[in-house]
Each structure stands twice: as structure tokens, then as C-alpha cells.
Write a protein that binds this ligand. Structure first.
Ligand code: AMP
Ligand code: MG
Length: 395
């Protein structure tokens, strides 16, 4: 048996970052920037008002109350070259360009709000409520560096410096193929011996959460030849493939039967529970990574978290290593087989405790759905007493 760490290390050595691609801003959420983005202009691009109020010369409001004639309005977007003459004022709105001559803004709340004449009740220092040109970004500043993960705020600054397109490492496209003659589509009737297919739904959702695009390919029956045909058809649109089922020791293991002879996918027993049988390698001309995960629902999900998620991070151009853990105190004792690392399902609470869920079978989907964490029990530990501190992977 090989260790979890060895298996992951092999995967991370094989998987490569996706090639950069220029895309529209609308599609950039969750991608990784692959260029330094430089601002062509300062931000703000011009001095403008930070408040709704009156543009004044500070010296004209040194003694208050004072009444000033209002010579006009300046709305946001007003591009006229305007001047505030000594002893006068103009109404100004938030974001509107400062007129020449004015060196302060009096918030409307400090005035009677007049439109012909305004009574100003408070003085202001020069520069009051003015947003200065370039105080956020100077021209030629790098506003985002290559490697930045693009979230909502990052999209904002890209648009804010006028970008329509950006060069990114895209979200990996991951095709999920479930295998099993017993599998029926949810929503269709179950024949005797059948169960509803669930893994592909879990895995595709997990792919999305991990920053990829998940695609479900139909259920493959337990036939190696037909499975290979289906895989071939999917390779065109995939940056990676995940299969579920068909990799253990029984008969009718189509994934293993189909892929083992290729010589580019190895099948191993990994020292973990759940999820001992694992396959990983590359397929097709483009050497697309393929993760052949075991079929038990908990096993395939845990395998995803341990092996596929870090690989997707590497494909996205992000730092990739073992899935991070936190420490928690277990509320009950735990048992784990010798020589295998266990990932028990638990509920992690805000008080730093973790309560293992009652049913720990690798087929027990409902128990998995109650959990929000995996409790890690190392290979050399077979029993953990209640109250002990354990490593936990939050889900
Ligand atoms: P296998 O790895 O193909 O031997 O499957 C192990 C167990 O997981 C069997 O009980 C299967 O019925 C079940 N299983 C396999 N694939 C799926 C799936 N896609 N959805 C739900 N259960 C599955
Ligand atoms: Mg099967």
C-alpha cells in the first residue's frame, strides 16, 4: 500500500497548470490572473466631491454663519469647465468634478440647502470632502499581479481600470463519469437491484466549489469497451476527468479493466479509510489527468477532497498542497484501522469541538450529508479518547 501523501505527491507532480487564455471579464470569476494588470490612468481620474454639498473657497467660509450666492449645479458626470468665483458657491454632488477655484466641499447637512443662496453654518479646512486624483491608484500602478485569484472585488478593479478582457488561467473543465450497472438516474423508477446515481452530482458540485467547471457524462454501464468509448468522446472538452466506481478487486470493474492496459494510469491501494482503491494517470493525446475514484459515495467524496481538489488548485495556477486542517477536540472516542489514515465524518462546532456522526460506513450518504468536517486519524493511531485534540478538514 502507498501512503496518502505519496499518492498526492505523484498527482501534483503529474498535473500541470492550465495554459493562460484571454477571456471576457464576465467569465473571469474564479479564474487566476495570468498577467500583471496595470492602470492606464490615475484613480480617481480627477479631483471630485466626496459628498453632496457646496463647492467653496475655504477662506469664504472661515467665519460662519455666512450666506453665499449659488451660481449653479454640478452633477456627477458634468464635464463642463466650471469656476467658483470668490464669494460664491456651486451645489455639487458626490463624484462630480471639482470646479476650478473651489478648494473645499461643505456637506449639505451643514447648510440650509438653499438653491439661490445658501446659509453655511460650519467652516471647513481646505481639501474637506474632496477625493484627490490618484489617491487610490497612480498611472502605471500594478493593481493586480499575476497569480491573483479573481473574486468579486478583483473583477471590480479590473473594470475600474477599464479592462474588458484579461489573461487568466481558466477554471478547469472536469468531466465526471459514473460507472455501475446498478445505477439509475434520479427521477426515474428503480428496477430491482438498482440504486439512484448520486456520486456525479456530489463530484460536480465539489468541482464547482473547488473553482472548476463540472460536466456530467451519462452513467457508464459495467463494460470496459463502452466505458472507453464514452471516455474518448468526453476528452475533447475536458482538462481533467473523474470517474467513480469500477476500480476495486471484484469482477466487472470497467474503469480498471479499460485503463490499466493503457500503461498510463496506475491503480493502487492507498493506506486510507474510506477510499482505499485509487487510480490516477493520464489519458489521450493531450495527456489529460484522470482520477479513478472508488464508487462508494463517501469514498469518492473523501478522495476528491484529498486528491482532486489540490490538483485543481495546481491546474488553476494556485499554490497546491495537502488539504488544510484545523485542530478540534473530539466529543467522543474514535477507532481507526492500524496502518491506514482515517477520515471520519464529524460536525465541527464554533466552540472548537468536533462530534463524530453516528454512522461511519463508506456507503452512508445520509450521515455524510450531516457532517461538515472530516476528522483525520493518523496511520499509527487506532484509538482516540474522548476529549483528545484531533486534526480536522472542514468541508
Ligand atoms: P464500486 O466502486 O463500483 O465497486 O462501487 C462501490 C459501491 O458504491 C457500490 O455499492 C455501488 O453501488 C456504489 N456506487 C458506485 N457508484 C455510485 C454512484 N455513482 N452513485 C451512488 N453509488 C454508487
Ligand atoms: Mg461498480
Amino acid at each position: 500500500m502507498r501512503s496518502v501523501d505519496e499518492h498526492l505527491a505523484d498527482i501534483l507532480l503529474t498535473v500541470r497548470s492550465l495554459a493562460p487564455l484571454e477571456i471576457e471579464l464576465e467569465g473571469a470569476l474564479g479564474t487566476t490572473l495570468a498577467e500583471d494588470v496595470v492602470s492606464p490612468i490615475p484613480l480617481p481620474p480627477f479631483d471630485n466631491s466626496a459628498m453632496d454639498g457646496y463647492a467653496v473657497r475655504a477662506e469664504d467660509v472661515a467665519r460662519v454663519p455666512v450666506t453665499l450666492p449659488v451660481t449653479g449645479d454640478i452633477a456627477a458626470g458634468d464635464g463642463r469647465p466650471l469656476v467658483v468665483a470668490p464669494g460664491t458657491t456651486m451645489r455639487i454632488m458626490t463624484g462630480a468634478p471639482m470646479p476650478e477655484g473651489a478648494d473645499a466641499v461643505i456637506p449639505v447637512e451643514w447648510t440650509d440647502g438653499g438653491t439661490e443662496h445658501v446659509v453655511i453654518g460650519r467652516s471647513a479646512a481646505r481639501g474637506n470632502a474632496i477625493r484627490r486624483v490618484g489617491e487610490d491608484v497612480r498611472p502605471d500602478d500594478v493593481v493586480l499581479a499575476a497569480g491573483a485569484l479573481i473574486g468579486p472585488a478583483q473583477l471590480g478593479i479590473l473594470a475600474g481600470v477599464g479592462r474588458r478582457r484579461v489573461v487568466v488561467r481558466p477554471r478547469p473543465r472536469v468531466v465526471v463519469i459514473s460507472t455501475g450497472a446498478e445505477l439509475a438516474e434520479p427521477g426515474t423508477p428503480l428496477a430491482p437491484g438498482q440504486i439512484w446515481e448520486s456520486n456525479s452530482h456530489t463530484l460536480i458540485a465539489a468541482v464547482r466549489e473547488a473553482g472548476g467547471e463540472g460536466y456530467r457524462s451519462g452513467i457508464a454501464a459495467d463494460d470496459a469497451g463502452r466505458f472507453l468509448d464514452q471516455l474518448d468522446a468526453q476528452l475533447l472538452r475536458a482538462d481533467a476527468v473523474i470517474t467513480s466506481g469500477g476500480v476495486s478487486m471484484g469482477a466487472y470493474e470497467p474503469v480498471k479493466e479499460a485503463l490499466a492496459p493503457l500503461g498510463t494510469v496506475r491503480f493502487d491501494r492507498v493506506a486510507m479509510q474510506p477510499g482505499m482503491p485509487q487510480g490516477f494517470g493520464v489519458v489521450g493525446e493531450d495527456q489529460i489527468p484522470i482520477f479513478a475514484l472508488p464508487g462508494n459515495p463517501v469514498s469518492s467524496f473523501v478522495s476528491f477532497m484529498l486528491f482532486v481538489r489540490p490538483a485543481l488548485r495546481k491546474m488553476r495556477g494556485l499554490p497546491a498542497g495537502p488539504t488544510p486542517t484545523v485542530r478540534a477536540v473530539t466529543t467522543s472516542s474514535l477507532r481507526s484501522p492500524a496502518g491506514r489514515r482515517s477520515y471520519l465524518r464529524g460536525v465541527l462546532a464554533a466552540d472548537g469541538s468536533v462530534a463524530p456522526v453516528p454512522r461511519q460506513g463508506s456507503h452512508q450518504l445520509a450521515a455524510l450529508a450531516l457532517a461538515n468536517a472530516l476528522v483525520v486519524v493518523p496511520e499509527d493511531v487506532t484509538e482516540v479518547p474522548e476529549g483528545a485534540t484531533v486534526e480536522v478538514i472542514p468541508l
